[in-house]
Ligand binder design. Structure first.
Ligand code: AMP
Length: 443
């Protein structure tokens, strides 16, 4: 193979047909579980005013500091880029809630989305610059029961995809904004004069966003934190009660969880419940999904104080788990019939034959380019079609067609007018891929 002139940009990939089988299957499960639980689909734009992410996610988070893809246009070439590709869905959906007056709707407003997100991460296994998420948001009401229900929806999707056993649900409560402020201050006070012991990045985090130290991957930092004040000591009574209730409700729903006091999530907007789904064997790295409460976010974005919570899962990582677990997404792309032909008359007849077969719900391909019958048969083999129909000059004259069973390697001649009927019988009426709009459209 010659070297391609162009390749996908670093950290991006084509979702090739084989992986799209998985993507489609995941989307089906998500849509199904969303409908059951009253979530409606929303698609925010791929890029937004970047201030939404700066404010919502937080200026001193990895996503905003290092990973935002800024979008500038020629029209505003000498200004700072005003837009950014979405690194996640939550901030955009909250912007939409405010912009579209959704506080007028019955609360909570439950929305879900599926699509690509963009982060300028350092590419590595499971970490891409363009990746796909599905996302659930529940805005306008706060109750521990709703936390448990949101987690249950995600749990059900993982069950449907048969990867639940490979994951553990990690959960924590990070309290109110005030609790966290007090904790951050206590951490900074505790480490006054000891800053030099921290690795570079964490030293600056100590000043800009001390909460982030908790989920630092640096061993030195984790050792230093052992004797430092703990976030759990700063939680107010309401947060503790709320957390206990969430755990109780999860238990009632039969959902196992692991309390994890160092789970904080990398985004500023969270409060109260936070959770992540981790790979049961490797832990924190490459979490499959996560979410939590963000009761201050809508206000930060200019709306009235409104509670909210959400969860997002990475589809590439889910596909990886499905493959590891030996789960194969159903392949509906198989070719039923390959149509081979020779001569101008046969070609014209096959054009309508192929159209009629397709219309009947038979997956049909045919080589209409000039080629010998032999090379067309080789092609039929490569397409792994179950049957091949052969129409040569002789058959056109006789009003027949040759039907070949590819697996059995046997063929017979049948009257041309019986072709559709015969194929339909072979495939079975119920297996035909017909598309009908089952639901009536209202006038
Ligand atoms: P986060 O809100 O950052 O925890 O992201 C939610 C989920 O999106 C993660 O649990 C991952 O499954 C997925 N995800 C986040 N960043 C990436 C990335 N760079 N590449 C692939 N998947 C990602």
């Amino acid at each position: 193979m010659s070297q391609p002139l162009f390749r996908t940009p670093k950290g991006t990939h084509d979702v090739l047909p084989d992986d799209n089988l998985y993507m489609t299957y995941i989307k089906k499960a998500v849509r199904h579980r969303a409908r059951q639980a009253g979530y409606r689909r929303i698609d925010p734009p791929l890029f937004e005013n970047r201030a939404i992410f700066d404010r919502g996610i937080g200026e001193h988070t990895d996503i905003v500091e290092k990973e935002l893809y800024l979008v500038s246009s020629k029209q505003q070439s000498d200004e700072e880029p005003a837009f950014a590709l979405r690194p996640e869905f939550t901030a955009g959906i909250c912007r939409s809630y405010i912009e579209n007056g959704m506080q007028q709707l019955p609360q909570p407003v439950q929305l879900y989305s599926i699509g690509p997100c963009f982060r300028h991460d350092r590419p590595q296994k499971g970490r891409y610059r363009q990746f796909h998420q599905f996302d659930f948001e529940l805005i306008g009401l706060s109750d521990a029961g709703l936390d448990a229900q949101l987690i249950q929806v995600i749990d059900k999707v993982f069950q449907d995809l048969r990867i639940k056993d490979r994951l553990t649900l990690q959960i924590n409560n990070i309290g109110s904004g005030d609790n966290r402020k007090a904790f951050a201050q206590a951490l900074q006070d505790h480490f006054i004069g000891k800053e030099r012991h921290f690795p570079d990045l964490d030293r600056s985090r100590l000043h800009t966003n001390p909460m982030r130290l908790l989920d630092s991957k640096e061993e030195d930092t984790q050792i230093l934190l052992k004797n430092a004040p703990q976030l759990s000591q700063f939680l107010d009574d309401d947060s503790r009660k709320y957390h206990a209730l969430v755990l109780e409700y999860l238990d009632a729903l039969g959902i196992a969880s692991t309390e994890n006091l160092s789970l904080v999530r990398g985004l500023d907007y969270y409060n109260q419940t936070v959770f992540e789904y981790w790979d049961a064997s490797t832990g924190a790295q490459n979490a499959v999904g996560g979410g939590g409460h963000y009761d201050g976010l809508i206000e930060l974005l200019g709306g009235k104080p409104t509670p909210g919570m959400g969860a997002a899962c990475g589809m590439e990582r889910i596909i990886w788990h499905m493959k590891e677990a030996g789960v194969r997404a159903p392949d509906k792309d198989q070719v039923d019939v390959f149509v081979a032909q020779l001569g101008p008359e046969a070609k014209k007849t096959c054009l309508t034959l192929i159209a009629d077969l397709r219309e009947m719900g038979v997956h049909t391909v045919g080589a209409l380019g000039e080629a010998s019958l032999k090379s067309q048969m080789r092609l039929a083999d490569k397409f792994q079609s179950r049957w091949t129909l052969l129409l040569g000059k002789m058959e056109v004259k006789e009003g027949t067609i040759i039907l070949r069973d590819m697996a059995a390697g046997k063929q017979k001649q049948i009257p041309f007018r019986d072709t559709l009927k015969t194929i339909k019988k072979l495939i079975g009426e119920k297996n035909l891929d017909t598309y009908t709009l089952k639901d009536q459209m209202s006038e």
